[in-house]
Design a protein around this ligand. Structure first.
Ligand SMILES: [Zn+2]
Ligand SMILES: [Zn+2]
Length: 344
């Protein structure tokens, strides 16, 4: 099969590699859409993922959808040809952390695209059947690929305990910020302030049917925003302190973005005097069914998120477009197999 493999920083090549097989308990997925995540970009640009260096040319991509190509031994469905979404955090189910209910923090977790496990920027990928669900009839493959970031948003919102009546601030109007907003809206939360330095990005919620107060961080601070929960979704390491400054006394900060660079500094006076609870959110945990229900019921419409489509041999372009953070694109979508049902 054809695969986009990262040989070194910014060196992606289309290589012919062996097609994986569906092993026992696995589903072979023919990949139809892969959304490029800023976390993919780190490995693409730096050649390592927070210090973990690939030991082989890596296939990237973890936000993906496709159709069932084959079922491994012991797997009863979904039937071959079914469009599916995949949660890419593959836990062991047996370690102490899994048994305590924190499967996303599994000591033996496999995350395709994080070294050394290959990801989905290829024509096929084998996935454990517990991580695979049929897509709702109405959903495109692009929406299927965006179910993973929606799961990240759902997980962060669950951690926050936010519900109707809460005042919320979100830093960063990227895909994760939008997915947090959508997950909040689905829970009946309406008082949302959203900060992003790029003005065009502050227009997106309107297209998603939401109407948060959109502004820059400085404007929200000046306006005296005091949120019950602040979600840091920008990945800017300075934004962790900004999030604290927007929280009310005894409020909560959920850090969803991956701070870049990794080291975060903040004035401890702010969280100390306000007795803030700061929680770091990690990927997603058992969010697939809720995400699919939200899409199937129409409570969440991922089709409204602005994307651009690329073929597999344009993977480098998709990465560079993601790096440029244009105002008119939330995710670059790579389509490894483009025949049949359209992903758009
Ligand atoms: Zn991601
Ligand atoms: Zn485990």
């Amino acid at each position: 099969m054809r695969a986009a493999r990262l040989h070194a920083a910014r060196d992606v090549r289309i290589d012919e590699v062996p097609t994986p097989e569906a092993g026992p308990g696995e589903v072979l997925v023919r990949v139809r859409a892969v959304a490029i995540c800023p976390s993919d970009l780190r490995l693409y640009q730096d050649g390592h993922a927070s210090g973990v260096v690939p030991d082989h040319p890596m296939i990237q991509g973890h936000e993906f959808s496709g159709e069932v190509a084959a079922l491994g031994q012991g797997v009863g469905g979904p039937v071959v040809g079914t469009p599916v979404a995949i949660e890419p955090s593959w836990h062991c189910g047996e370690c102490d952390v899994c048994l305590s209910g924190h499967e996303n923090l599994c000591r033996n977790v496999i995350f395709p695209s994080f070294p050394q496990r290959d990801g989905a920027l290829a024509e096929y990928i084998a996935c454990p059947s517990f991580a695979v669900r049929a897509l709702p009839e109405s959903a495109s493959f692009t929406e299927g690929a965006l179910i993973e970031p929606l799961g990240v948003g759902i997980h962060a919102v669950r951690l926050s305990g936010a519900q109707h009546g809460y005042r919320i601030a979100i830093l960063g109007a990227g895909t994760i910020g939008m997915c947090v907003m959508l997950a909040l809206s689905a829970r009946g939360v309406t008082q949302i302030a959203l900060a992003d330095p790029i003005a065009a990005r502050r227009e997106w919620p309107g297209e998603l049917g939401a109407s948060p107060l959109g502004a820059s961080y400085e404007e929200l601070l000046e306006a005296g925003v005091e949120a019950d929960v602040v979600f840091e979704c920008s990945g800017d390491n300075a934004a962790v302190e900004q999030a604290m400054r927007l929280a009310r006394p005894a409020g909560r900060v959920i850090v969803v973005g991956i701070p870049h660079p990794d080291e975060v500094r903040f004035d401890s006076t702010v969280p100390r005097r306000r007795e803030l609870t700061v929680t770091f959110s990690r990927r997603s945990r058992d969010t697939l069914d809720e995400a699919i229900d939200l899409i199937a019921s129409g409570a969440v419409d991922l089709a409204a998120l602005p994307v651009r489509q690329y073929a597999l041999d344009q993977t480098a372009e998709a990465m560079e477009a993601t790096a440029a953070r244009p105002g008119d694109m939330l995710r670059a979508i790579v389509e490894p197999c483009t025949t049949g049902r359209h992903s758009g």
